[in-house]
Design a protein around this ligand. Structure first.
Ligand code: NHW
Length: 391
């Protein structure tokens, strides 16, 4: 799924007022665009809401409040350009995505109607540490910005963004990373989604892919056929006892990219230990008991809007191959995803992924995913320098 593309040369009443590079990224000195402010210089009161609306933290660990968030997103979050599909983040997924080590209740909030108390908007921030070129920076990852369809184009999004910036700044953090399908001032990198059919018959029937003029369904199914089970010796689901090894393996691999997360061990446990229908991580254990490789993918289904059906999609997350080719490792990921009922496997052309796309029969998607760093100047980079996957 890709949201619509914007144009970086257009006027942005809100974004042009923000500490983002304007014009070319390369004209700026590397580092913060606006210097950090002491707490007493940061606005203490929440931004004003339009009459009839109020701020509200959303406690995602509470089943009833999480259901409200689930419903807001399931009905109003990201759709593809043709409005055929809409992301359907599951309850368990939202819990996983929004409660990593160090998460804060006041960074997960939205807007309610004062009279009905209905949740009509949301935004989230979770803490992380990233390295951008040679500098390590405390950041938040911003995600799940959503405004109810009936309240669109009323300039509510800038208020949510200013409010989350204020709350994050009050904790001494002045940078953020986020991704979007839209071009805003100014991306640090631009990645492309690729899609690998696992269930071509369903993908054609729901309009995700088309049968070419000289293609038959039988030939298409043959083209995308995969073995029923992986064949790599020592490949097994990641367990708690693997956290230290995976921590070393992944952080070491990520060193070579120009922007990457620096994971703590607790974060490795949170983000990678398997959770059913949310995140799958497999490791390869050598006969000597060493963890030599890892693969991971997360489960993000989409509602098929004109039919009462769900498209089951898996998204490539973090993969490290040292004892085998990345290509062979990713083939195992496809086989595992397929065995779990996935219809399509999606991957961005970041890290070393570009090399596996063609041989593993991925097709290029339409539209880019833009990467942003708030309040940070640095040169733009190509997608193969990106070592961060956001959800
Ligand atoms: S990207 C997914 C965003 N969500 C969706 O696409 C869901 C469906 N759409 C909606 O709910 C992943 C609405 O259309 C939204 C905009 C809410 C998108 N990022 O209220 P107005 C994320 O969650 C600008 C940033 O009238 P609306 C990442 C737009 O350019 N800005 O629009 C989120 C315009 O500004 P401009 C976006 O349609 C990162 C203004 O909003 C944007 O009713 C957030 C119009 O506002 C987007 N995806 O609501 C930034 N989409 O200057 C975090 C539109 O052009 C920054 N806009 O006039 C860092 C903060 C923390 C810093 C801490 C130090």
């Amino acid at each position: 799924i890709s949201a619509q593309q914007g144009d970086s040369s257009t006027q942005h009443a809100f974004w042009d007022s923000q500490p983002m590079p304007h014009g070319s990224r390369d004209e700026h000195q590397e580092g913060p665009i606006q210097p950090n402010k002491p707490a007493e210089e940061i606005r203490q009161e929440p931004y004003a809401m339009p009459a009839g609306f109020e701020w509200s933290n959303v406690n995602v660990e509470d089943d009833a409040e999480r259901l409200e968030l689930y419903n807001l997103l399931a009905n109003n979050y990201v759709e593809d350009d043709d409005a055929l599909f809409r992301f359907d983040y599951s309850h368990e997924f939202l819990l996983w995505a929004l409660t990593p080590p160090g998460f804060r209740a006041d960074f997960l909030f939205g807007v309610r109607s004062t009279s009905s108390k209905k949740l009509v908007a949301f935004i989230s921030a979770v803490p992380a540490r990233v390295k951008i070129y040679d500098r390590e920076v405390e950041v938040v990852e911003i995600n799940f910005l959503c405004i109810h369809k009936k309240l669109r184009s009323k300039r509510l999004a800038p208020v949510l963004i200013k409010e989350i910036t204020r709350r994050v700044n009050l904790t001494g953090v002045f940078q953020a990373v986020y991704t979007a399908g839209t071009v805003l001032p100014v991306p640090v990198a631009s990645c492309r989604y690729y899609h690998r059919s696992l269930n071509p018959k369903k993908l054609v029937s729901v309009g995700f892919s088309r049968l070419g003029s000289r293609m038959t369904m039988a030939r298409l199914q043959k083209l995308y056929k995969l073995p029923g089970a992986p064949s790599t010796k020592g490949l097994r689901p990641m367990e708690k006892k693997d956290v230290d090894s995976v921590h070393t393996l992944l952080n070491t691999y990520l060193e070579k990219f120009k922007i990457k997360i620096i994971f703590t061990k607790d974060e490795i446990a949170h983000w990678l230990l398997p959770r059913k229908n949310v995140i799958d991580t497999y490791v390869v254990e050598s006969p000597k008991g060493e963890i030599t490789d890892m693969l991971s993918f997360y489960h993000l289904p989409s509602t098929i809007l004109n039919q009462d059906d769900t498209l089951y999609a898996a998204y490539s997350y973090y993969n490290v191959a040292t004892s085998m080719d990345l290509l062979e490792l990713m083939r195992e990921a496809l086989i595992l995803a397929k065995s779990k009922g996935t219809d399509v496997f999606n991957a961005l052309n970041l890290m070393d992924n570009q090399s596996i796309m063609e041989p593993l029969k991925f097709g290029i998607g339409d539209g880019n995913l833009q990467y942003y760093v708030y309040n940070w100047a640095c040169p733009e980079m190509s997608s193969d320098n990106v070592g961060i996957v956001l959800l």
